[in-house]
Design a protein around this ligand. Structure first.
Ligand code: F6R
Length: 608
């Protein structure tokens, strides 16, 4: 889950590669490096820490070059250090950058050690450089060495490589890790994410698994898994520079929180009409397929699975369909039993999460009716490999903690709920009610965003605690889980979520004055029960922070009550996510953490 970028151009390549790395820092930020063909050799620079350290080294050293590769790392094998940073090299001839994991690296390392290669780093990636160097003893080009290499490697990889003896070009290979080629005028590029190339081109070729390509300023030659010359679909992707910049906000996360009214509007755009959801918005034939669905299986990770947990309630209440949910990382290992007419739904912001992709591929021959993905990245593997797709259209999400991706996933999942209900001819009145409520949602979110000052008022009380508990019942329990995840990710405060009724079965033992308890408590059928749960907290001295819309029902002599805007009950999970995001953000700000790039995390988890 690193970012790689490579370029062959006739202008100075260093700045261009560094700019691209900055845009991919969300993929990893523990070390960075660059290798460029220079006069008669290859310049090789690596630094520990973020890309700005590499940039500073480049400014000091002023290396020159027109063809180069670069990398920003999220450590898997070997701690973050300069020696483990990419590019790795072999015999000062071959230089490589790699994103992914080589599963058979121990046996390959043994083979290479027997051949006399010495390893400097603790990574699984270094052996790629040695293998290429070894193949080059018999092969006449880096391209053919890379074609040999791909038959040796098991695992996931996107690789870019330079051979010191081929100064005009670089070579890339892809298997189960994202890699796109960007086409310019007298210059060509490759990167893990089109975002990294946004200021350079809008023309992209998406590589497929098993592809190897040789790239020079004038030529892109792609060979498929069988080493046959291949054409790949040309896509135009206009990456709006504003969408990938922070604007006037302190952090990407802050910007992304405040973008949510527009992001939700974008998810709805062109998908609803009159009093219903439009036909086939998940792809040609989707409405017909929906009519056959009897059950749903959801697979996702982290925040995306929380969105799935909310949707499971909607599928049951509105579409009358039972739902099974699994962590993508667990799904394959439980011998899943597949009932007939089950729709497989994967949810992912990036569409490159390795666990989710592996689950989708595993499920391929298990007899599901079809696979459907809710995804934010049109070029992603998940988007391309699913039978049906709804793009959330949230725009790039760069802050590591997911915010607008979550609320737009929920919006998309409501569209799926309504499409399933429509195909089965169920609940026309409720469907019309939900369509109207969806239309009002962006406005409601804007109102919820105005709670910032109220939240800032008590954020210091939470910022100086070590733990926090989040409570919600029914459809709000996943929102409590999401609130707790957000807080722990960016403020490093330990936070847990419970269905409020579970409190008395154990967690109540944790309650004292040091334990802030955040409760999601809109008025609904379980509200009275929730009030009793909150009383139990109050009686034990816990500090309560309640988000709700019925203050009069709760005698809060201590603690805070945050009055939420009114909205259709079934959409409240979306609305109540907003203040919890703001709360995490404000607490993290007070604690001075690295909000957009929290420690140990990366945005796109492309390793299993
Ligand atoms: C949390 C967060 C993660 C992701 C998870 C799945 O804020 O962002 O929990 O939701 O890693 O990522 P995607 O949605 O890209 O599959």
């Amino acid at each position: 889950m690193c970012g790689i970028i490579a370029a062959a151009t006739d202008r100075s390549v260093g700045k261009l590669l560094i700019k691209g790395l900055f845009k991919m820092e969300y993929r990893g930020y523990d070390s960075a490096g660059i290798a460029m063909h220079s006069e008669n050799n290859v310049v090789h620079l690596r630094t520990l820490g973020k890309v700005k350290n590499l940039e500073e080294k480049m400014i000091a050293d002023k290396p020159k070059g027109k063809v180069g590769i670069a990398h920003t790392r999220w450590a898997t094998h070997g701690e973050p250090s300069e020696i483990n940073a990419h590019p790795h090299q072999s015999n000062d001839r071959v230089f490589i950058v790699h994103n992914g994991i080589i599963e058979n690296y121990l046996s390959l390392k043994e083979e290479l050690t027997d051949e006399g290669y010495a390893f400097n780093s603790k990574t699984d990636s270094e052996l790629i450089a040695h293998l290429l160097d070894n193949f080059l003893k018999a092969e006449d080009s880096l391209l053919s060495a890379m074609q040999k290499l791909k038959n040796k490697l098991d695992g996931a990889y996107a690789v870019a490589a330079l051979d010191q003896r081929e100064p005009e070009s670089f070579v890339v290979a892809r298997n189960r890790s994202p890699l796109v080629i960007g086409l310019g005028k007298k210059e060509n590029f490759a990167a893990s994410d089109p975002l990294a190339l946004g200021n350079l081109t809008s023309k992209f070729l998406i590589l497929e698994d098993g592809d190897v390509a040789k790239i020079s300023p004038d030529l892109v030659e792609i060979y498929d898994a069988k080493d046959k010359l291949a054409n790949r679909e040309k896509l135009t992707i206009d990456i709006n520079a504003e969408a990938s910049s922070k604007g006037n906000f302190k952090h990407y996360m802050e910007k992304e929180i405040y973008e949510q009214p527009q992001a939700v509007l974008n998810t709805l755009d062109g998908r609803i009409g009159g009093e219903d959801v439009l036909e086939n918005i998940f792809g040609e034939g989707s409405s017909e397929m929906f009519a056959k669905v009897k059950r749903i299986q959801i697979i996702a990770c982290g925040t995306s699975l929380h969105a799935g947990r909310v949707a499971a309630n909607w599928f049951s209440a509105i579409s009358g369909l039972p739902t099974q949910l699994d962590y993508a990382s667990e799904y394959r290992y439980k011998n899943p039993y597949v009932d007939q007419d089950t729709l497989l739904v994967t949810i992912s912001q990036s569409g490159e999460t390795a666990d989710t992709l592996a689950a989708l591929r595993y499920a391929d021959d298990k007899g599901y009716l079809a696979s459907l993905s809710i995804c934010n990245v049109p070029t992603s593997s998940l988007a391309r490999e699913s039978d049906f797709l709804l793009l959330t259209n949230a725009g790039p999400e760069i802050g590591v903690a997911s915010t607008k991706a979550f609320t737009t996933q929920l919006t998309a999942l409501m569209l799926l709920t309504l499409s399933l209900a429509k195909a089965a001819g169920k609940n026309p009145l409720l469907r019309a009610r939900m369509i109207n409520a969806l239309r009002l949602l962006p406005e409601k979110i804007s109102e919820a965003l105005k709670l910032k000052n109220d939240i800032m008022d008590f954020a210091p009380e939470i910022a100086n605690k070590d733990n926090a508990l989040f409570l919600g019942r029914g459809i709000f329990y996943p929102i409590a889980k999401e609130g707790a995840l957000k807080l722990k990710e960016i403020s490093y405060i330990h936070a847990e979520a419970y269905p409020a009724g579970e409190l008395k079965h154990g967690p109540l033992a944790l309650i004292d004055q040091e334990m802030p308890v955040v409760a999601i408590a809109p008025e609904y059928e379980l509200a009275e029960k929730l009030v009793s749960n909150l009383e139990e907290v109050k009686a034990r001295g816990g500090a309560l922070y309640v988000f709700g819309n019925a203050k009069e029902k709760l005698d809060l002599s201590t603690g805070r009550y945050i009055s939420m805007p009114e909205c259709d009950f079934l959409l409240t999970p979306i609305l109540y996510s907003i203040p919890l995001q703001i709360l995490s953000y404000e607490v993290a700000l007070l604690r001075g953490t690295d909000i957009d790039q929290p420690r140990n995390l990366a945005k796109s988890v492309t390793v299993e």
